[in-house]
Design a protein around this ligand. Structure first.
Ligand SMILES: [Zn+2]
Length: 207
């Protein structure tokens, strides 16, 4: 299968029209984005880490969805600044990571090895948001290469169910299916890895 083709947006589902619906659509998975960010943070942080590291880690993981504000200003889903557009791109992730590390971690010598590693960490945390979104089965894909290429993409594997957009449906079987899919495909594996990391570190300390 052609990789590029398989990555491209393949959803038959039309983009969702109502503004409030889209906001509801987002809220369900922010916890999952934050959990993956904490997981990446745990893999990075081998020593005691300041609270600002964790606060900014979670912020970076959910900030891409700030683009939903655009719906209230008439920005369309598929626009450059639309949902899953520029703020979900790798370019945005890189820029945000550099800004965060530049201003929030002045104690780390700029452009040192530690500084670059910290920047890559925040890049990965922010970029993870787009990849998680690209594993969902609805809406439009993610503009990973925006602003240079605004094509929307999905990953070839999309096990995550997008929550129903109407609130009445959200608290029904469809909403439950979405929560279950996130629990099965994100929460359980992430918690297993987190426990594994903790056990591994404890054993390493004993040796
Ligand atoms: Zn998103």
């Amino acid at each position: 299968m052609d990789w590029t083709q398989s990555l491209k947006e393949t959803s038959k589902e039309p983009a969702r029209p109502a503004r409030c619906r889209r906001v509801v659509d987002q809220l369900a998975s922010e916890f999952s984005h934050a959990l993956i960010a904490v997981l990446l943070g745990k893999a990075y942080a081998r020593t005691a880490t300041p609270w600002r590291f964790w606060g900014l880690t979670i912020l970076c993981s959910i900030l891409p969805d700030a683009d939903v504000v655009g719906f209230f200003f008439g920005i369309k889903y598929g626009d450059l600044l639309g949902h899953r557009g520029l703020t979900h791109s790798l370019c945005f992730a890189l820029t945000l990571a550099m800004v965060i590390v530049w201003f929030a971690f002045k104690d780390v010598v700029r452009f040192s090895r530690a500084w670059w590693i910290l920047s890559i960490q925040f890049f990965l945390v922010t970029a993870s948001h787009g990849f998680l979104d690209a594993m969902t089965n609805g809406g439009l894909g993610v503009a990973f290469f925006s602003p240079f290429d605004t094509t929307r993409y999905f990953l070839p594997w999309r096990p995550l169910t997008v929550p129903p957009i109407e609130l009445t449906l959200f608290f029904g079987p469809m909403g439950l299916a979405a929560v279950v899919s996130e629990f099965v495909w994100i929460w359980i594996p992430a918690l297993v890895v987190l426990v594994g990391l903790a056990v591994h570190r404890k054993m390493t300390l004993r040796i």
